[in-house]
Design a protein around this ligand. Sequence first.
Ligand code: GLN
Length: 490
Amino acid sequence: MSSTELWRLSAADLAARVRGGTPAARAAESGFEGPARAWEREVHAIAHTDAEARAANARGTKDGALAGVPILLKDNICTTEFPTTCGSRILSGYRPPYDATAVRRLRAEGAVVIGKGNMDEFAMGSSTEYSAYGPTRNPYDLARVPGGSSGGPAAAVAYGLCPIALGSDTGGSVRQPAAFCGVFGLKPTYGRISRYGLVAFGSSLDQIGIFARHAGDVALAYSVLAGPDPYDATTREGEAPDVSGWERGVGGLSFGWPENLWKEGVEPEVIAGLESAAEWLERAGARRVRFDFLPGEYGVATYYLVATAEASSNLARFDGVRYGFRHEDSADLHALYTRTRSAGFGPEVQRRILLGTYALSAGYYDAYYLTAQRARSRIRREYQDAFARCDFMLLPASPTLPFRIGEKTEDPLAMYLSDIFTIGANLAGIPGLSVPVGLSASGLPRAVQLLGPEEGEPTLLAAGRAIEMKGETSRFDRRHESEFAWPTKR
Ligand code: GLN
């Protein structure tokens, strides 16, 4: 098989070939050759890469569960050989002195890190338009966004640069871009994948998540990445749940169908996707349980207090003294801080720091932050009650199909509302999986989201696989190869 065809393989198949003798460097470079090379020029999924570092990463690799598999990392996951800039000017040129635990685990299984994926600055956003290095475009329609904040990794997996990529999900930043780019996107249970080496945004919400084109590749990457880590005190104790049964089917399982959530404000194509997925799950032997669920607005309000409060404190370390960019023209320390932060952070990040600092300030703390914490406990209970009635829930990943570039950048609230269906999982610490369900009439990816109780990853993957089998996603893969082999502008 020529290297220009290797890019089409799943991670599992690619690794098997490398273990069977195909050179790792050829497997790892396959996405940079052939069609993908043209794609990247249009899509701009990569923030940082360099051929020499990639070759060095592939050298000597022959075995492991991910032998020779190219993996793109969101630009907020630390590695030693590429810059880590979080899509921000304030970290321009910063190179971490260490690898994130997730990266160490990938390398131990033979994976080849090929670079860093573009993202909204400090993972704040839902469209990848807030990157200081320019936006990423949706490979299905270059006039539209790939979602965000992990838009680069999602788009890269969609157009075929690599079969697996890592993102981070604080309020939906893996699941929403996965939905917009027509790939699988898993946000694990809080604490299942170590956050050591993931630049913090909202520490009680952040999780590293997995993008892949196949349900089986998500399971493969999860089994390599998940587990306790002495370097991250918030990882869960004990072995991660076993996801090797991802093909076991959904016979005997029940799924929640909270139809009240899409009574208004959700595009018809999104609802059509939900209905197809529900039918396929039923045909595969699962039972639908109808109930009403807590409307997402409460989650959005709660999230934007908790996340901004935590961000205002986490981002205090970027002061021009320790990392990356420093404003040189400052007479004293105070001016150095102010000028560095004013010039280094973009407008959305500044808005979040202001909101969070305000919510935490004396006099407002009880009214905002404490109220948000109470609301968060309540939301967690609502999910627990729901999972007493079903094994997993089916709901939209996003209320809309991919929107146009520029459509929401002037209206932060409209942008915040694109997370209405994803934010709850982060507040509750539960896992969520975006599953592609074919294309809309206009040729844009459609998707559904599956939510499960803590440690419910095995169930979510089995259900995702059932949809992949029954549904149009395997057809989607064939479309991807034939019709989407070259970028088209609309
Ligand atoms: N879009 C949400 C935000 O802007 C979620 C971001 C994320 O998950 N990192 O905060």
